[in-house]
Design a protein around this ligand. Sequence first.
Ligand code: SF4
Length: 293
Amino acid sequence: MIPQKNIRYLDVDGLKEIVSGASEPAFRAKQLYEWIWKKAASSFDEMQNLPLAFREYLKSNFSLNIPSVEKMLESSDGSIKFLLRLHDDHCIESVLMPSKSRVSLCISTQVGCRFACRFCATGSIGYKRDLEFYEIFDQVAILNKESIVRYEKKITNIVFMGMGEPLNNYENLVKAMKMISSPQSLGISTRRMTVSTVGLAEGIRKLANEKTNEHLALSLNTAINSKRTRIMPVNKSNGLNKLKEALKYYYGNKREMITLEYIVFDDFNNTEEDAIALKEFLSGLPAKINIIA
Ligand code: SF4
């Protein structure tokens, strides 16, 4: 059997070629694009304003590779963790977090992760593969529908803080952010997105040069190099000085206050010495700290 081509790798011109190859009128390309990216159809059968014969043609020649919801786990605080199964049987997690005025969604960018932070369960799985841009998009599309059903509200905020390191899957991350924010797609502005990184200096600099308006969060956890390397091995190659320079460059370009995430580990990073190091790290850096105790 010839493997089906994933239609979601095709841009508008590619869809136009499909439409003309199937002897359909040109306006079908726009309809097809809307079904794929605006209405986030989960099957070709859903595309009801396309003629049946054309839908059958699409089904025989192309795939959509939409993930399925494998499991849901509801917490007492109202958040719901979703386990999504991908077309190749790998699973990823996404979490819906409702509050009075907003619904936030935390999404994954990789299957597993290569950075092995000592405090993170994903780190112990190891790295399996990067998510494609459309698999990052799908988490938003699928859970946006869930959010409307459950809370009668669309997703208001997106946090790239699930499985994987977003800046380690840079091209797919940025392509997904642009697709999710496009008015021809889900239309959720990049202003409502937060990219949370373990601290990849080069990726931070690249993101600083993009025409996107996301927030940036750094998982800092200690401002002492030797301690940080103990809990976050990435610090060996992305030490605090290098990181601070990258963060300053990011702020210089985007004028967007950076968030420093600081998980408190008792008797490890909450001493007077840690406070002094943190104060020093913060000097000259427009950032706010989110302390997670
Ligand atoms: S980079 Fe993120 S996902 Fe990867 S191990 Fe560290 S905290 Fe976990």
